[in-house]
Design a binder for this molecule. Structure first.
Ligand SMILES: CC(C)(COP(=O)(O)OP(=O)(O)OC[C@H]1O[C@@H](n2cnc3c(N)ncnc32)[C@H](O)[C@@H]1OP(=O)(O)O)[C@@H](O)C(=O)NCCC(=O)NCCS
Length: 145
């Protein structure tokens, strides 16, 4: 069974960041460390865990973008688990927490190649933003909670 929970030990955080690196940064040729940003300390972290193997197979984090607006980022699902509903489970957990925190709106910066996933989860495209690592055009997508 896949469960969503906050990583709680040093080893779990190590696995959480390693997954982010493998899925989101290694394919772009980015160095170790690029899987983290300045929002780590003020974020709520969610891990998808395959509890039969006790293995972290999904990750995402939530932080406050501005008063009343939550933002999540760095969503990643291990290759063997993609397209099985894990990404949707992570988004649902983030949305539940965002509502508990009183956010009225929730959004994310996404690569243009992933907008279909967020549309399936009920997000609308708002506008093109910057370019990530000089190669990936990013789009802001959001939903009212
Ligand atoms: C994008 C990602 C997080 C989605 O997670 P997932 O577990 O594979 O997605 P799910 O199985 O929960 O899919 C939910 C829905 O979105 C659709 N979907 C998933 N990935 C999609 C994509 N890249 N484009 C269009 N639709 C997509 C699924 O078909 C499913 O549709 P349904 O409602 O008809 O069943 C995951 O595939 C991933 O980690 N990809 C590589 C890293 C990445 O691109 N991260 C996002 C950076 S912005």
């Amino acid at each position: 069974m896949i469960v969503i929970r906050t990583p709680s030990t040093k080893e779990e955080f190590k696995a959480y960041y390693a997954l982010r690196y493998k899925i989101l940064r290694e394919p772009l040729g980015q160095p170790h460390g690029s899987e983290k940003d300045d929002y780590e300390p003020i974020s709520i972290h969610f891990a998808a865990v395959d509890d039969q193997k006790d293995e972290i197979i999904g990750a995402v984090k939530l932080f406050e973008k501005e008063p009343g607006v939550g933002q999540y980022s760095h969503i990643a699902v291990a290759e063997a688990y993609q397209h099985k509903g894990v990404g949707r489970m992570l988004i649902q957990a983030v949305e539940q927490k965002a509502r508990e925190l009183g956010y009225k709106k929730l959004g994310t910066l996404t690569r243009l190649t992933s907008t279909g996933f967020y549309e399936r989860c009920g997000y609308r495209a708002v506008g093109i933003t910057g370019v990530l690592f000089g190669k990936l055009q990013m789009m802001w997508m959001e939903k009212d909670l």
